[in-house]
Design a binder for this molecule. Structure first.
Ligand code: DX5
Ligand code: ZN
Length: 215
């Protein structure tokens, strides 16, 4: 049960009531919150700037994992850290200098995460394994909540758990995780499970969170 750690993605939350939506998952037991930043270039959608993170940071003590689905992430890393991100995740496919970007994040006292898309070979991460704190496996192509889980990515999760080989790296999965797919994700041995619509589109957030934790 130790690897059951759900990080709700607020992309699917009701933003007319965002304070209540955040406190609902915190009181249900979430210790992390997943914040999806999209720039309309790396992905065909546009979401939150640093000012939103700064405001919601004041509402909760949850660990903020900020998922940057943006081109040229190096331009914004410090801004998202200063706004309150505890872990900053940028995309392998978007960065022009991965080692530089990891260094910027760590020099600013945040944890460095690297995300890979479903069609990126996880072997490309081997050379960064001694530097990163977090790997995010996309189980959908990034850009939107509510998409279907790509089952082939389970293999990627298993491969990365093996590649980690005892190093202190958290591995997470992101996209299409819900009551139907989460059990297979838990079986891969990864640590963090991001769930967006699977929580926020449920009738009762707290009930659903607990169902997902105890399935
Ligand atoms: C997709 C985002 C995911 C998404 C997860 O680009 O990175 O975090 O919000 O939402 P669901 O769980 O609804 O797929
Ligand atoms: Zn995400």
């Amino acid at each position: 049960m130790s690897n059951r750690n759900i990080s709700p993605s607020i992309l699917s939350a009701d933003f007319t009531n965002i304070k209540e939506q955040i406190l609902a998952v915190e009181s249900a037991g979430a210790s992390r919150l997943h914040i999806d930043v999209m720039d309309g270039h790396f992905v065909p959608n546009l979401t939150f700037g640093p000012f939103i993170i700064k405001q919601i940071k004041a509402l909760t003590n949850m660990h903020f994992e900020t998922h940057l689905m943006i081109e040229n992430p190096h331009k914004y890393l410090e801004e998202y850290i200063q706004a309150g991100s505890d872990t900053v995740i940028f995309h392998y496919e978007a960065s022009r200098d991965i080692e530089r970007d990891i260094k910027i994040i760590k020099d600013n006292d945040a944890l460095a995460g690297l995300a890979i898309n479903p069609d990126t070979n996880p072997e490309v991460l081997e050379k960064y394994m001694d530097k990163i704190d977090y790997i995010l496996v996309m189980s959908v192509f990034p850009g939107f909540g509510g998409q279907s889980f790509i089952v082939e990515t389970l293999k990627t999760m298993e491969t990365l758990v093996k590649m980690r080989a005892g190093r202190d790296i958290l591995i997470g999965v992101d996209g299409g995780v819900n009551l139907k797919t989460i059990r297979k994700v838990y079986e891969t041995g990864i640590d963090i499970t991001i769930v967006g619509s699977g929580i926020y589109k449920a009738d009762n957030i707290s009930t659903r969170f607990n169902e997902l934790m105890n399935i």
